[in-house]
Design a protein around this ligand. Structure first.
Ligand code: C2E
Ligand code: MG
Ligand code: MG
Ligand code: MG
Length: 282
């Protein structure tokens, strides 16, 4: 599989996996051409569940033969193929268009790949999407993961600063799962920290996990950043989080799974929405 001179033993299954992978790559290119990708939205709520604050755009791919393929599979594949920015631009465009029809000031949160942040073009296409759909930048959040650390933090920082200067809110996604270096929290232009669901999963009243979570939340707030907890699934987790006041915003199945754009419009018309924007540079 790799021409690196390592001891190679060809198993028929390896060939099969290889060809399957090549096939999926070709299919993904086709999917981009044929617009097989769609976007769903997961609402994020105030901790008491009383209002929707923002919604995360999540890309979906239904393969014509294989059915739904998880973004955890095809997004890394697109990154490897060097075409992930095509996905990002597509999702950004849909997200800005959809958000412009939601009640104010509900924001949309779009995931960017670290590859998008390698080129200053991103500032251009984000601006284009905002202008085309007449969405104020204050209603756009972008999510980036800690993996930028494997890249060039200084270059990423410059691009994030430019996005922020036009009014876009910057979130750090899956916080605590990457390199987990705390040093960038005060040096990067950030507004929101989305703490990974790994920190929420096993919280019990006296657990070490709970102590860890409380520590991270306190630190984040000391730095003036908004705290989002991801992956809150149960009423018990929610009760503990609220008992200790650990979240500004909550995302998870306990309130809502990701829904289609149409379902979201219904959901937003039935729910109240947060009156003031959370976080944000603007
Ligand atoms: P993420 O950005 O951290 O998104 C949150 C993921 O957690 C979503 O999975 C969501 O459906 C799932 N989730 C939400 N609430 C819960 C919960 O209560 N419990 C559990 N167990 N899971 C929950 P999804 O949609 O499969 O996306 C997986 C990852 O794929 C995303 O993680 C993100 O890293 C990536 N991704 C999704 N859409 C995009 C996109 O448009 N662009 C890029 N670059 N990456 C994307
Ligand atoms: Mg995300
Ligand atoms: Mg996340
Ligand atoms: Mg904002």
């Amino acid at each position: 599989l790799k021409g690196n001179g390592a001891l190679s033993c060809f198993l028929p299954e390896m060939d099969a996996i290889y060809f399957e992978g090549q096939r999926l790559r070709a299919d993904l290119r086709q999917a981009l051409r044929d617009k097989q990708l769609t976007v769903v939205y997961q609402p994020m709520y105030l901790p008491d569940g009383s209002a929707v604050e923002s919604c995360e755009a999540l890309v979906r791919w239904t393969h014509p033969q294989k059915g739904p393929i998880a973004p955890n599979i095809f997004v890394p594949l697109a990154e490897d193929m060097g075409i992930v920015s095509e996905i990002s631009r597509y999702v950004m465009d849909q997200a800005c268009r959809d958000c412009a029809s939601w009640p104010e000031p509900v924001a949309v949160s779009v995931n960017l790949s670290v590859h998008d942040l390698r080129s200053a073009d991103v500032v251009g296409w984000v601006t284009e999407a905002l202008e085309e759909h007449k969405l104020p930048a204050q209603r756009l959040h972008v999510e980036v993961t800690e993996s930028f650390f494997m890249d060039d933090p200084a270059a990423v920082c410059t691009i994030l600063e430019r996005l922020r200067s036009i009014g876009v809110t910057i979130s750090i996604d899956d916080f605590g799962t990457g390199f987990s270096s705390l040093s960038y929290l005060d040096s990067l232009p950030l507004d929101i920290v989305k703490i990974d669901r790994a920190f929420v999963r096993d919280i019990g009243m006296q657990s070490k996990r709970m102590k860890l979570l409380r520590g991270i939340v306190q630190l984040t707030r000391e730095l003036g950043l908004t705290v989002v907890l991801e992956g809150v699934e149960t009423k018990q987790q929610l009760a503990l989080i609220n008992k200790y006041g650990l979240a500004d915003v909550i995302q998870g199945y306990v309130f809502s799974a990701p829904v289609s754009p149409t379902e979201l419009v219904t959901l937003l018309s039935e729910n109240s929405v947060r009156k003031e924007a959370v976080g944000g540079a603007g």
